[in-house]
Design a protein around this ligand. Structure first.
Ligand SMILES: Cc1ncc(COP(=O)(O)O)c(C=O)c1O
Length: 393
């Protein structure tokens, strides 16, 4: 049987996959079992920060030889050093390491609840504001935080206590905070709603949310699982919004291709988690931490500037795409709306056929290329996207 047949036979049917068997990779390219080469504009959904990178692979291999794993009952250098890097470069005070975005958010939500329980007593202020159209993960807690009705079926009962505010709706924000006064401990937001169709929050909305959170003694919690790690042109997107979050979650591109999540705490929440209150067997695993250190060592000014230049280049090429009507996004997190008669899924399938991997998010085509994709490769990929015309459908 082919890999595809084996997968469809033996793996739970949770994914709608494209009919491509990926075999190997090199920088911004992947190759399949039929020796076809694709330019990867999806980076494994914002994970392969620097594409398929030789230096990264060497850092991972070296750490695997030295120490692959020990438990969190002991100290390890890669974990300690990377925690220091994260805190020093973000102004956050402490971090908890996990293995995925959902877990980073699970930790964020648990910490918010515990912070409130420590201050006001258990279950007094357990409410959490989240945004409509958000996506925070697939655990029950993070599904409950996710403000999309389609995710609130089949697995109930879900954890209670969430209210959802329409993004960029200032009146709804004020009303929600007023309604939640005295019962709510946090607001959770993605600054660019990735899975929700690359919806960028307006700075005025985010800053108002931050002010209201402060007024109502609520924690300002930012989900940077997708927007973090240089993706939007700064280490974290919140830097572009003039806010100081109390808790930030991240994952995806953090370790550049290995599973790692991180929940970062500001000064109000730095000591909320105490021995035994949370934990993870694999969290901060030496190999993942070494991979993340490699990624963050390369997230320097030149890299972030390169993100902005590539984003500007993509924006300049959008008029060439015969199927596009407009775009949204920040840095190299880009959503392209399709003209009538085209669906994002059709465009993704047509692009794949022509050797370019793109993603979709709701009704948009989504681009999340490697942060350092060479300009000539990016140009080649945009030429391919420009060649998708009605006749080719
Ligand atoms: C903003 C955001 N939060 C959380 C998650 C969940 O991350 P994971 O799939 O690593 O659990 C995602 C995944 O798409 C995400 O985009």
């Amino acid at each position: 049987m082919s890999y595809a047949e084996l997968s469809d036979t033996y793996i739970a049917g949770t994914y709608g996959r494209f009919p491509v068997e990926i075999q190997s990779s090199e920088h911004s390219f992947v190759r399949d079992t039929e020796e076809r080469t694709f330019i990867d504009l999806g980076s494994g959904i914002a994970v392969n920060t620097f594409g398929h990178d030789e230096g990264w692979a060497e850092a991972v291999a070296a750490q695997a030889r030295l120490l692959a794993h020990t438990s969190n009952l002991y100290y390890t250098e890669p974990q300690a050093r990377f925690a220091q890097t994260l805190c020093e470069r973000t102004d956050m005070k402490r971090v908890f390491f996990s293995n995925s975005g959902a877990e980073a958010n699970e930790c964020l939500l648990k910490t918010a609840r515990k912070w409130a329980a420590d201050r006001w007593g258990e279950n007094v202020r357990s409410g959490i504001l989240a945004l409509e159209n958000s996506f925070h993960g697939r655990t029950l807690f993070t599904l409950a935080a996710t403000g999309q009705e389609q995710f609130h079926h089949d697995f109930g009962p879900f954890p209670a206590g969430f209210s959802y505010v329409r993004p960029n709706d200032m009146d709804a924000l004020e009303t929600a905070f007023d309604a939640a006064a005295g019962t709510c401990c946090a607001i959770l937001m993605e600054l660019v709603q990735g899975e929700g169709g690359v919806v960028v929050l307006e700075p005025s909305f985010v800053q108002r949310a931050a002010a209201l959170a402060e007024k109502h003694e609520c924690l300002l919690c930012i989900d940077e699982v997708q927007t973090g790690n240089g993706r939007t042109g700064t280490l974290f997107a919140y830097e572009q919004y003039g806010i100081r979050p109390d808790i930030v979650s991240t994952a995806k591109g953090l370790a550049g291709g290995l599973p790692m999540g991180a929940t970062l705490f500001g000064e109000h929440t730095a000591n909320t988690l105490t021995p035994g209150s949370h934990g993870s067997t694999f969290g901060g695993n030496p190999i993942c931490a070494a991979a993340a250190s490699y990624v963050w060592a390369h997230l320097d000014e030149a890299c972030l500037q390169g993100v902005k230049e590539r984003a500007a280049y993509i924006a300049s090429r959008l008029p060439d795409l015969p199927w596009a009507t407009g775009s949204s996004g920040l840095g190299l997190m880009i959503g392209i709306a399709c003209k009538e008669g085209f669906t994002a899924k059709q465009i993704a399938a047509a692009a794949l056929e022509k050797g370019v991997m793109v993603l979709t998010a709701h009704e948009k085509v989504r681009l999340l290329p490697p942060l350092n994709i060479p300009m000539d490769v990016l140009a080649q990929a945009m030429d391919v996207l420009a060649g998708i015309v009605p006749d080719a459908q």
